[in-house]
Design a protein around this ligand. Structure first.
Ligand code: TTP
Ligand code: MG
Length: 400
């Protein structure tokens, strides 16, 4: 595979740094963003609060105990979103391909503008400088030949850091880090690795492949071994602008029969799932939209356990949501819509620790059906329940 220089950029103490910029009296102070008290959590804290052990997602009561002198500030999300938008406009102006992954974090592919790591580092330095000039905020950057190492690098010298990890730096810079720096290694997997005597990335890299495979299964073992070598061929992709994949239909005659409603819902699930697979996306959230003959509209949504691109799973969630608006169906359905939201790139979801064979087979079957449709036209493959669909949908799709 062609090698690209990748930059990862992550703002320092983002919400807290913005508050310190807006309110000079907070500068140099331990600032805790969030609500104090038994039900609150810390969104983030300034670097002055970090030596006390405070961190993101910590219960506020714990933070109050660790850092009683901390100054609590209620979050102002709209302000942070606006600052974020301006910062990523700067990044987009500096790099050809940018993938924003959170409110304060993005990857950029520097192919074509940075032929090597030194050039990438110069570009990162310039970007940090323009963010400082325009927004009076600091960012930390990492530069490497792949996403994973760029991310590890940006985290190594926070705040205001700039770190390059070249392939020859992997033993010195990556291997001493805890296995947790690998995306997908959460507390459970970390504990499991520890029981195998593996704490650091270096220990992971030194574990013979057969042993790792026996313990974790081939897919996960090979994924971890690859990261432990400092390798990651996941491309930087610009798909994150897309918020949802959806389909809806308006009917000339209101749908009343249960079987008919369910058949329509299944057809929408098929369409949405196919589109997700085509774009290489998985959905964490499924929503429905139902409108009755008197133009009353209800929407419902639900987060799913495992991100999905399977029609069967999407349909099951949508059906459960529809059952919750049963009274609606009694009045007849004029419009029925289905949406997949909170999309994640399929390649970013690490292989599961407990691979679900049935699910893997279902996805393989779905992909085969996609290929057949591509070759033989859209009606070539459809679920038996959709055969012999008679009632035509109104061509006026997407009423609003
Ligand atoms: P992070 O980049 O994880 O944290 P940070 O920018 O505050 O600090 P660092 O210098 O270590 O990068 O998250 C960015 C923002 O997202 C953070 O300022 C607040 C918000 N956030 C939450 O609201 N809750 C959370 O659990 C996390 C992790 C972040
Ligand atoms: Mg940050």
């Amino acid at each position: 595979m062609e090698r690209h220089v990748v930059l990862h950029l992550d703002m320092d103490a983002f919400f807290a740094a913005i508050e310190q910029r807006e309110r000079p009296e907070l500068r140099g102070q331990p600032v805790l963003i969030g609500r104090p008290g038994p039900r609150g959590v810390v969104a983030t804290c300034s670097y002055e609060a970090r030596p006390f052990g405070v961190h993101s997602a910590m219960p506020s009561v714990t933070a109050e105990r660790l850092c009683p002198q901390g100054i609590w500030v209620q979050p102002r999300f709209e302000l942070y979103a606006e600052v974020s938008r301006r910062i990523f406009e700067l990044v987009a102006g500096a790099a050809p391909v940018v993938e924003q992954v959170s409110i304060d974090e993005a990857y950029a592919d520097l192919a074509g503008i940075a032929p090597d790591l030194e050039a990438g580092a110069r570009l990162a330095q310039e970007l940090k400088r323009s963010i400082r000039q325009q927004e009076s905020l600091t960012a930390s950057a990492g530069v490497a030949w792949c996403r994973f190492l760029a991310k590890v690098a940006s985290d190594m010298n926070k705040p205001d850091g700039l770190t390059v990890i070249a392939p020859e730096d992997v033993p010195r810079l990556l291997w001493p880090r805890p296995a947790r720096v690998i995306p997908g290694v959460g507390p459970k997997l970390a504990a499991r690795l520890e029981r195998m005597g593996i704490r650091t990335v270096g220990e992971l890299a030194a574990t013979p492949a057969p042993r790792l495979r026996r313990a974790l299964g081939t897919a996960l073992a090979d994924y971890l071994a690859e990261r432990a070598r400092g390798e990651d061929d996941t491309p930087v992709a610009e798909h994150h602008g897309r918020k949802q994949v959806s389909e809806e239909r308006t009917y000339r005659e209101d749908l009343t029969a249960r079987a008919e409603v369910e058949r329509e819902l299944l057809a929408r699930a098929e369409g949405v799932a196919e589109e997700l697979r085509r774009r290489g996306l998985l959905a964490r959230c499924i929503g429905i939209k139902v409108r009755d003959g008197r133009y009353r509209t209800i929407t419902r949504s639900r987060t799913v356990e495992a991100p999905t691109d399977l029609a069967g799973e999407i349909y099951a969630v949508a059906l459960a949501l529809l059952r919750g608006v049963d009274e609606f169906r009694a009045r007849g359905i004029r419009l029925l819509g289905l949406a997949a939201r909170e999309l994640v790139a399929a390649h970013e979801v690490p292989p599961s620790l407990f691979p679900d064979e049935q699910r893997a087979r279902a996805r393989a079957v779905a992909r085969t059906a996609d290929e057949l449709r591509e070759r033989f036209g859209h009606d070539a493959v459809r679920p038996a329940r959709l055969l012999g669909r008679r009632r035509p949908a109104d061509p006026a799709e997407g009423e609003d």
